[in-house]
Ligand binder design. Structure first.
Ligand SMILES: O=C(O)CCC(=O)C(=O)O
Ligand SMILES: [Fe+2]
Length: 277
């Protein structure tokens, strides 16, 4: 489940190429142009997140990554003049991941022994509308000259995702590493036609730790060519509908029940320290 290693995209490969091209074009704009489309505040998650704005671990140097978020829950501004195809490529890929995630949720329901094979799908019925915060995020890691990198700095600090599942496609430069149950990081073979599926903390809570959220990270490459290359990835973060209660489904009390929207607010409050929700 941690890694779906098959060439899963088929026809979708063109969609992936388009979103990589459009994202690259956007991130190559000047900072003042990009910041016109900045993510606003609190729970409103649409838009550009510049390097350093989000902190996964405040005790470490900032991650050397930028992002652009899209969620139909928060309609926002698009750079339609600067990057004409950007909105369409995001909405297309969002929809494909939405459909794919329903199939994966059905498999999960069966695998976990629920009689209703749509058990988990029913928690995500609002996807694509204003009652579900699932988000597509284009990540952009700029080339790194030697002098810019601090001791202990990463492109993306090790963390778990606070969602149900993350579907992730990385470019040919690779760099994503996932931690196995022995605590050893495994580097995933870069293949822009493979989708990596990462278990998030909400699924861990639903399953009372039967499925564990997978730690992952992106280090600064040792290879000079990779270090001086841009890295890109596209991540789809699957989240339950706002009113779903996240709780241990076997009835045990390992985690306090919390609504999906409150859980999201709690996480954003931690990651976007400078803001209040
Ligand atoms: O860019 C990647 O490969 C990882 C990004 C990631 O883990 C995240 O945004 O949560
Ligand atoms: Fe992540």
């Amino acid at each position: 489940m941690q890694k779906c290693g098959s060439r899963a995209l088929g026809q979708g490969a063109r969609m992936i190429t388009e979103i990589f091209n459009n994202s690259k074009h956007f991130f190559e704009l000047g900072e003042s142009d990009k910041s016109k489309y900045s993510r606003t505040n609190g729970l409103r998650n649409h838009g550009y997140v510049c390097i350093g704005r989000e902190r996964l671990d405040p005790s470490r140097p900032i991650d050397l990554k930028g992002a652009f978020n899209y969620t139909p829950m928060d309609p926002g501004e698009w750079p339609t003049e600067e990057v004409p195809g950007m909105k369409e490529s995001f909405t297309n890929l969002y929809n494909s991941f939405r459909l794919l995630s329903y199939n994966v949720l059905d498999v999960l329901s069966l695998a976990l022994g629920f009689e209703d094979r749509h058990f988990f799908r029913n928690y995500h019925k609002g996807m694509g509308g204003t009652e579900n915060p699932s988000t597509l995020r284009a990540l952009h890691y700029p080339p790194l000259p030697e002098t810019d990198v601090k001791q202990g700095q990463l492109r993306c600090t090790e963390h778990v995702d606070h969602r149900v599942l993350t579907f992730l496609v990385q470019d040919q430069n690779g760099g994503l590493e996932v931690c196995n149950r022995d605590g050893k990081y495994i580097r995933l073979k870069p293949d822009p036609e493979c989708i990596c599926i990462i278990i998030g903390n909400i699924l861990q809570r639903f399953t009372s730790d039967k499925l564990l959220a997978t730690k992952h990270r992106v280090r600064i490459p040792e290879d000079d060519v990779l270090k001086q290359s841009t890295r890109q990835s596209q991540a789809f973060f699957l989240h339950p509908d706002n009113d779903v209660i996240i709780r241990c489904l076997d009835g045990n009390d390992a985690y306090e029940p919390i609504s999906s929207i409150d859980y999201l607010a709690w996480r954003f409050n931690k990651y976007f320290k400078e803001e209040t929700i």
